[in-house]
Design a protein around this ligand. Structure first.
Ligand SMILES: Nc1nc2c(c(=O)[nH]1)N[C@H]1C(S)=C(S)[C@@H](COP(=O)(O)O)O[C@H]1N2
Ligand SMILES: [Mo]
Length: 400
């Protein structure tokens, strides 16, 4: 009996080695059940990469819907989820060297003082695809599912910043959130990142309280979070209670020491990490796509044609073309590609492929952005943090 349970646990946790202690913690939190991952409101087939902090990946076939359901959205935390949040007493403070006035708003004031907007926005972790780098990049070994494209409702960051007033010397807008440092030390901040002022002032940059039409679940940042579509999702602060308008590039935890940075000049795989002055902060994410149907491993009975579909996105840009190959990239077929529902939403694509015979095939998918840049077929520039792997997504099918 005990053996059976342990076997299931090790499967659920895939490649990540876990100590007995974290297994116990996870079991307490109710995440570990013999039948897979269990978290209220979450699909049991999500893949737990770590439980302290919570990092949970989404298999690509669970990203098939045009709008990612909350149950299927990946989870990325750097620290511990805050406890005892009271939305009625929650406040957002806006200050910083480059704020004209310090402002404090309750959630009700934010909702009543500013116009509401809803956008569908793609948020991708800077480390999505990290698991394919060799030697491995530092951090969670994400597969291809650290991306979601949900509907977010809130107020524009630019409207709130304008109410505080932005001094001409403003450079960056950064967040602080209510999550706790993994050490438990209340003085330590797990993560405090931001974006240059221009990104903060875009129409689609939101301070959101609703995800897919409902209150944001605690694990995704209840009661208030930032959403900066198209940029590393680490900029989209959860549990946000303070915005700072900075007169320099923000220097909070995870803005330095190589976090969310790549070498300014390419380095050899496994080479030591350059100093921050020789690194650049990741901004708009590169072009990428997913095959969301069928699930990899599909077996086709008595037919040689298959309808495929998925999504493609390109950071701040649009995707202009989508191709698939069933012969390892020797030939490519153009797919039908939809326009995004709004700027910074992913784009749905679909096509039908015909296989020449029975047997084993791989399907490769490749998006091209509006500037003509394509996804590479192999893992791109190695970097110490294992960021920005936008290699083509590949699935396998068997034609019986
Ligand atoms: N306060 C806070 N905000 C945060 C984080 C965090 O650890 N704390 N993680 C960031 C990172 S690295 C990512 S990829 C996204 C993940 O958002 P999600 O868990 O809602 O998918 O949240 C970002 N916002
Ligand atoms: Mo992330």
């Amino acid at each position: 009996m005990a053996r059976g349970v342990l076997f299931t646990l090790s499967l659920a946790f895939g490649r990540s080695a876990m100590s007995a202690e974290t297994l116990q913690a996870a079991a307490k939190a109710g995440a570990l059940k013999p039948d897979g991952f269990q978290m209220k409101g979450k699909h049991p087939d999500l893949v737990v990469l770590s439980d302290r902090p919570w990092n949970v990946d989404t298999p690509p076939h669970l990203l098939d819907a045009p709008v990612t359901s909350t149950a299927h959205a990946f989870i990325r935390n750097n620290g511990l989820v805050p406890e005892e949040i009271d939305a009625a007493t929650w406040t957002l403070t806006i200050d910083g060297e480059s704020a004209v006035n310090r402002k404090v708003y309750t959630l009700d004031e934010l909702k009543s003082n500013f116009k509401h907007y809803t956008y569908q926005l793609q948020l991708e972790c800077g480390g999505n695809g990290r698991g394919e780098f060799s030697p491995p990049g530092k951090g969670n070994q994400w597969g291809n599912g650290a991306i979601h494209c949900c509907q977010w409702t809130g107020v524009r960051v630019k409207d709130v910043l304008a109410a505080a007033g932005i001094k001409p010397d403003a450079v960056y807008v950064a967040y602080y959130g209510k999550d706790r440092h993994i050490s438990g030390d209340p003085k330590k901040v797990p993560i405090s990142r931001g974006v240059p002022v221009n990104k903060a002032l875009e129409n689609e940059s939101l301070l959101a309280w609703a995800m897919n039409g409902k209150d944001i679940p605690l694990i995704h940042g209840y009661p208030l979070r930032l959403v900066f579509g198209g940029w590393p999702a680490s900029a989209s602060g959860k549990w946000v209670n303070r915005l700072v308008i900075r007169n320099k590039v923000h220097d909070g935890p995870k803005m330095t020491h190589g976090s969310y940075m790549v070498p300014a000049q390419p380095i050899a795989p496994g080479a030591p990490a350059p100093a921050d002055k020789d690194m650049k902060i990741i901004e708009s994410m590169p072009v990428r796509s997913l095959i969301s149907y069928p699930k990899t491993g599909a077996i086709l009975q008595n037919k040689k044609t298959l309808n495929l579909r998925g999504h493609a996105w390109a950071g701040d840009l649009e995707v202009k073309e989508m191709h698939v190959s069933t012969d390892f990239g020797a030939t490519w077929q153009l797919c039908k590609l939809e326009k995004p529902v709004n700027r910074l939403a992913w784009q749905d694509w679909s096509t039908k492929v015909t296989f020449p015979s029975a047997g084993y095939y791989e399907i490769w998918a490749r998006a091209t952005d509006s500037l003509g840049k394509m996804q590479p077929m192999v893992v791109p520039a190695w970097n110490p943090g294992g960021y920005l792997n936008n290699a083509c997504h590949r699935i396998a099918v068997q034609v019986a």
